[in-house]
Design a protein around this ligand. Structure first.
Ligand SMILES: [Zn+2]
Length: 177
């Protein structure tokens, strides 16, 4: 899901305050990760995100640099699915997803959300309807081309995931993520 445009300025303030309440740490590759403060799992979450980002780096280093240039940080919090937040200029991931996912699966998600960030930085606003469908289609295509480079070791269940992505493209089914 993409956060979309806030209906009230107050929601911008809330988002902003929330991000600043989080525990920020910078990975060795320069990515800033913000987690809920004081959770013992945070170290493991950062390690897994680092592995995911390094996987992107090993397969497509230009893409990783673009993502790094386009977003300000990444957030691991309560969200039930990943999205790019234009308000924070950040990729938001659910902590339970990060806990469960393989580095490959996270890498695939980050690539998708990274395209949303790129489109946003290029001045393309996210609107419901045809525009959203077109943007999701661009993100899913990039995600697919990246995911095909991953191995089963990086991403157990990768073939099912690729099948699902191809199916989404074929039927034009765009969930808002
Ligand atoms: Zn999307």
């Amino acid at each position: 899901m993409l956060a979309g445009l806030p209906s009230r300025p107050a929601s911008i303030a809330r988002r902003y305050m929330f991000d600043h309440y989080l525990e920020a740490a910078v990975l060795p590759n320069g990515f800033e990760i913000r987690c809920r403060p004081g959770e013992p799992a945070n170290e493991k979450r950062r390690e897994k995100l680092y592995a995911a980002l390094e996987l992107i780096n090993s397969l497509d280093s230009r893409r990783l640099r673009r993502i790094q240039g386009d977003i300000s940080y990444m957030v691991v919090s309560w969200t039930d699915h990943a999205y790019y937040s234009p308000i924070s200029n950040a990729i938001l991931l659910g902590s339970s997803d990060v806990d469960r996912a393989s580095p490959g699966m996270l890498a695939s998600t980050i690539v998708h959300e990274g395209i949303h960030a790129r489109l946003h930085s290029g001045g393309f606003a996210y609107f419901p309807g045809a525009v959203r469908n077109r943007m999701e289609s661009i993100c899913v295509r990039a995600q697919l081309s990246f995911t095909k480079k991953l191995s089963h070791r990086d991403y157990p269940g990768i073939w099912r995931s690729i099948y699902y992505i191809v199916h989404r493209l074929r039927v034009g089914s765009w969930s808002i993520d």
